[in-house]
Design a protein around this ligand. Structure first.
Ligand code: CA
Length: 231
């Protein structure tokens, strides 16, 4: 049996953190709980968790600062647990490198599902850039040949659409904000051209999605950005 997955909860609401901790322990996760940013960072360095559940409003520091600090040296999956009305903070958290978010109040089943997605990100191990091919349902991408196939038929993508597809695949399961996509595709110079993201995304979808009413690959996170299906 593999080592149990270690989850660090950084949340100052004791009721919520207890509730999450108990449920996670029942599901056989090893859990560490902290109620402040300082303690959370301490537990991070002393216990090397595999995943962090992070509340944004903490008594001693903004959760965003934790994300920025951790992203200087760690790629640990960070799942933000945000309160209602924290839309901007939530987007900023994702921009800063959080993997995903869940809004309070949430069902434990929903949180568990998000954690399982993050776990797959852990077990994927090798960096997506080292993959030479990607297969999912009727979509096949050959990175070396720069070839995209739908049901075995090659389709043509523009260079930007192809870059967008690679970015989505490399981050599958993770929510990518509009700003993040702009930065990755056009570089830091091009500031807030999120409108073109929508246009390119629509074109890409038209080419790779069979059902425009029910997307198989590129999911919209309303008001936030996009997420590529991880299954
Ligand atoms: Ca809080």
């Amino acid at each position: 049996m593999v080592d149990r997955i270690k989850i660090l909860i950084i949340e100052d609401d004791q009721y919520i953190s207890n509730f999450i901790a108990v449920s996670l322990m029942k599901s056989n996760y090893e859990v560490f709980v902290s109620s402040t940013a300082a303690e959370g960072l301490f537990l991070f360095s002393s216990h090397r968790p595999d995943l962090i559940l992070l509340d944004l409003g903490l008594p001693d520091q903004d959760g965003l600062e934790i994300i920025k600090a951790l992203r200087e040296f760690s790629e640990i999956p960070i799942l933000v647990v945000s309160a209602r009305g924290q839309e901007l903070e939530k987007i900023e958290a994702l921009d800063s490198g959080a993997n995903d978010y869940i809004s309070k109040p949430f069902h434990m089943g929903e949180l568990m599902a998000r954690i399982r997605v993050a776990e797959r990100y852990l077990s994927a191990g090798t960096a997506p850039s080292q993959e030479t091919e990607f297969d999912c349902d009727y979509l096949h991408v050959d990175f070396e040949k720069r070839q995209v196939m739908i049901d075995g038929q090659e389709i043509h993508l523009t260079p930007i659409e192809y870059k967008l597809l690679l970015l989505l695949i490399a981050n599958r399961g993770k929510v990518l904000t509009h700003n993040y996509i702009v930065k990755k595709i056009w570089g830091y110079e091009n500031e807030s051209d999120t409108k073109s993201v929508r246009v390119f995304m629509a074109n890409l979808r038209r080419k790779i999605e069979k059902d425009s009413a029910k997307h198989r690959f590129i999911m919209t996170e309303v008001g936030v950005g996009y997420r590529f299906s991880d299954e």
